[in-house]
Write a protein that binds this ligand. Structure first.
Ligand code: GDP
Length: 304
């Protein structure tokens, strides 16, 4: 139900455009396909993924000889689901936190403003609800607001936070956080990091350093590197995914702010373009507004 609510704007927008594209036409022809291409691109599915989808539908038109526009919705749903089946994007699996690997270390990366802190807070809430002990680490030391915001979430969810003053070494905060999680026998530690993209080499160095110090405390950590992307920024989200995956090994994605945007198609494009599972989607500002992403459910709720 929340997913439906979260996707409402994207759906309304998409179907009104699609309706215009097929208005007065009974059969899917080249003109309809051209218009469909425009609709998908303007819904932020991304050009590369749009081309793949159009090709699949063209193949189907060629195979079946005739395709009625009244079937387009159903066909789109099938072809997009089939396309996403070829990616390793989420099938409804949340972070697996093994009980014998304590603490499970999650490093969160992303540009400022995308909803990184909020996503960390929501994740902490989910873990806590499952009875897990959570520690937060405020290693985005570049902005005072980032530390304050994480503190607000720590208070709200009622979990401990490790922080230092603004401007301190992020790696040192990360080290303290993981160490504190070990001492407290925590199940999960979630580390916020600074999301400055102005300089790729700096970003790379900073993230590598943060990772290195974590590994001094817990072998093979971080166990997850979660990149948070703002779904309402459309093509910027693609660009950020490109830059972060070039700077560090990203293991999973969270796409936020899908409520209140008409750009929900971005999730389809991101799932297809990056061979990294979308694990979570943000559909609101509240504690409970984080959903485990399931690509099939997503396509279903979009096209039903
Ligand atoms: P950060 O700078 O990346 O840490 O971003 P924040 O977590 O502070 O979020 C920036 C703004 O986006 C805040 O006003 C959040 O409430 C809002 N936000 C975050 N996630 C979502 C979401 O899924 N939906 C909506 N509507 N707002 C969100």
């Amino acid at each position: 139900e929340t997913l439906d609510k979260g996707l409402e704007k994207s759906k309304t927008d998409f179907f009104s455009k699609l309706g215009k594209a097929v208005a007065g036409k009974s059969k899917v022809d080249d003109e309809v396909l051209d218009d469909l291409e425009d609709v998908l691109v303007s819904s932020d599915v991304g050009v590369a993924t749009t081309v793949k989808i159009i090709n699949r539908i063209e193949d189907r038109v060629a195979r079946d000889k005739y395709l009625g526009t009244d079937e387009l919705n159903k066909i789109l749903r099938e072809e997009i689901a089939a396309l996403l089946a070829e990616t390793n994007s989420g099938e409804g699996t949340e972070f697996y936190v093994p009980t014998d690997k304590k603490p499970y270390v999650i490093m969160v990366v992303g540009v400022n403003g995308v909803g990184k802190t909020t996503t960390i807070g929501k994740l902490a809430y989910q873990f806590k609800k499952e009875g897990k002990k959570v520690v937060l680490g405020a290693a985005d030391t570049f902005r005072a607001a980032a530390i304050d915001q994480l503190q607000v979430w720590a208070d709200r969810v009622d979990v401990p936070i490790v922080k230092q003053k603004m401007g301190s070494d992020p790696a040192s905060v990360a080290f303290d956080s993981v160490q504190s999680a070990v001492k407290q026998d925590a199940d999960v530690v979630i580390i916020d990091t600074a999301g400055r993209l102005h300089n790729k080499v700096n970003l790379m160095n900073e993230l590598s350093k943060v990772k290195r110090v974590m590994q001094k405390v817990v072998d093979n950590s971080p166990h997850e590197v979660l990149l948070v992307l703002d779904g309402s920024t459309g093509q910027n989200a693609f660009e950020q995914a490109k830059q972060f995956t070039a700077a560090t090994e990203v293991t999973s994605l969270a796409v936020t702010k899908l409520d209140g945007t008409a750009k929900g198609g971005v999730v389809i494009g991101i799932s297809d373009q990056f061979k990294i599972p979308v694990k979570y989607i943000g559909v609101g500002e509240g504690m409970e507004d984080l959903q485990v992403f399931n690509k099939y459910e997503f396509v279903d709720s979009f096209f039903k």
